[in-house]
Ligand binder design. Sequence first.
Ligand code: PA5
Length: 461
Amino acid sequence: MSEKITIDYSYTFPFITENDINEHLKNALDAMKTLEEGTGAGNDFIGWRDLPQKMLSSSELKEIIEVANEIYEKADIFICIGIGGSYLGAKAVVESLLHPFYNTLPKNERIGPKVIFAGQNISGRWLEAVLEEMDRVDSVYVNVISKSGTTTEPGIAFRNIKQKMEKKYGKIEASKRIIATTDSKKGALRTLANTEKYRTFIIPDDVGGRFSVLTPVGLLPIAGVGIDITKLLKGANEASSYCKDKDIATNPSLTYALIRNILLNKGYHTEILVNYEPCLHYISEWWKQLYGESEGKNGKGIFPASVDFTTDLHSMGQWIQDGQRFIFETTLNIEKELSSLKVTSDKEDLDGLEYLAGKSYDEINKKAMMGTLVAHYEGKVPNIVVNIPELNSYYLGQLLYMFEKACGISGYMLGVNPFDQPGVEDYKKNMFALLNKKGYENIKNNIEEKLKKLPQGKITK
Ligand code: PA5
């Protein structure tokens, strides 16, 4: 077992060759140099590169831990409000490291607060359930997170949750239980936080949403449920150092960016991130946002998809094995076993499964992974394997940083600005117009005309 994240790309041959690697390596190294020297497009959003080290030596880390400890000790429920980059990183780490049924554990076994995410959708049904939960307990803390401070989903969710908090505790106590993470100066959330005298944490100007997991955006929610964020940052810091190597044998971010771009050049334009542990589901969701928003622009980019195996082998397995050949997989392999649970023996063997008795579930899962790797490889699906020595906060910190750095390199290799997201504004304009927001009148007429042409035009009524 290694002590760092490593990439094994043996299963990408012969779909790619050593010649391809030699040919594209310079491009990858140039892209890395551009990123490190800060000379590329979007270079006002590369503050995430040295965040781990900065955070570890900052007084802010202490403040985050202090507030998180208060939440951990006093809250029955900790509600984290945010969407996209203001939610996925925290959700990914929390789900990866907490007990699979954490929120339903008896209080004495859980110790920390239940954690509930809100504002990541516009579902009234979801928010109603969150508000109901608030009625069931004595102590609620809220962390509302928005860099712009103007995002609709968390904005409206916070309206209802704020009102409920004020009803439950009175304005003054509510304001002590609400923590806002936002811009230092601008945005409606900043104005609100200043007016209501909430405690606040700042999202640095030079860190974009999807790269913000190691700022207070991710760190407060993660620490609020008792996860060691110092270890997470130390892991990320370690990765930030080995991800500077110019050698693909020792720098997994360089290797990963290089191999996936070679595959793209060969027509493999869809990447499926694969895991074999359900708790990693949200690591994939975080990764999809990171790569999707960073690379999918100007008609370019690898489409990021994900599956949870072995569950999805029973739904998507057929397609991956045998469907159109434009996909490659990236498999997350946790090297150290997570559980020692073994299959029990049943001598009658009516189910014919006695051959598995005494074997650990993790061992069987690993064999499923190996069998699948070979099957998919033989089905002409190239596979990159990301080896993670152990599932803990230290290695998750390494993994998150490795993927971030690779994303920057990969975006520059593709020739896009990996740090903007102009495309996400389009649906918002239409939605605002349809909701009669001031200033969107012209768009409204236009979009209503377009909607009439669709069979679903009736939905405007
Ligand atoms: O990566 C991004 O920039 C986005 O996903 C944002 O994080 C998301 O839209 C939420 O934005 P905000 O934090 O401004 O509410």
